[in-house]
Design a protein around this ligand. Structure first.
Ligand code: PRP
Ligand code: URA
Length: 206
């Protein structure tokens, strides 16, 4: 499975702001928006294009347009922070939702909501900022595939090696695009150094 880490000074600047425990939710949401844009741009770099000649005011020239439909599927709640940036970049995408919540005791995610568009002929981008144990991502990709998705990529903000390994084992065909691969997980399965509970920091619910 391929793992791509965004390599851009702005991405590192924004990630540092997200990690900073003193960053308030409003600023966290702004940083998350821009960093998500950078990750999603990377994650869609190899989406197929087709030739699309275009007439400029002066002459006809070669152009390109997307050759496949896209679908974006955020994992609720935290993935919602990556949906609007995706819609800004690709206004015509189909949107699905997967609700998953990790148990605080076991860190095992259970699914509480699934609403997906037809995925068979689309390239599907799963967006979830935290790839920790990988349980949520593996489950989410399984749901996408059971709804027909054949081409799936995942975009995250911070990933743990454990989560990458688990997703690679369950779905070796799914590449991961992320802003950072961190050191590992703590005893409660939080990413180290990480940025804490992303959903709580995003929505001020800590
Ligand atoms: C977070 C995050 C992922 C999951 C990652 O969600 O957004 O979905 O944890 O952990 P995993 O890789 O160990 O499965 P959480 O369950 O905290 O829900 P929330 O987004 O609603 O806060
Ligand atoms: N979910 C989060 O929000 N943060 C982590 O570190 C792990 C899972």
């Amino acid at each position: 499975m391929a793992v791509h880490v965004v390599d851009h000074p702005l991405a590192r600047h924004l990630l540092t702001g997200l990690r900073d425990r003193t960053t308030p939710p409003a600023t966290f949401r702004r940083y998350a928006w821009v960093l998500s844009t950078l990750v999603i741009l990377d994650a869609t770099r190899s989406v197929p294009e087709r030739a699309h000649p275009v007439e400029t005011p002066l002459e006809t020239t070669d152009g390109a347009s997307l050759a496949v439909g896209l679908a974006v599927v955020p994992v609720l709640r935290a993935g919602l922070s990556m949906l609007e940036p995706a819609l800004e970049l690709f206004p015509d995408v189909a949107v699905g939702y997967i609700g998953l919540e990790r148990s605080h005791e076991t860190a095992v995610a259970h699914s509480y909501y699934v609403k997906l568009p037809p995925l068979r002929d689309r390239h599907t981008l799963l967006v979830d900022p935290m790839l920790a144990t990988g349980g949520s991502a593996a489950q989410a990709v399984g749901l996408l595939k059971s709804h027909g998705a054949a081409s799936v990529a995942m975009a995250s903000i911070v990933s743990a090696p454990e989560g990458i390994a688990r997703l690679a084992e369950a779905h070796p065909d799914v590449p991961v695009f992320t802003a950072a691969v961190d050191r590992g997980l703590d005893d409660s399965k939080y990413i180290l150094p990480g940025l804490g509970d992303y959903g709580d920091r995003l929505y001020g619910t800590a």
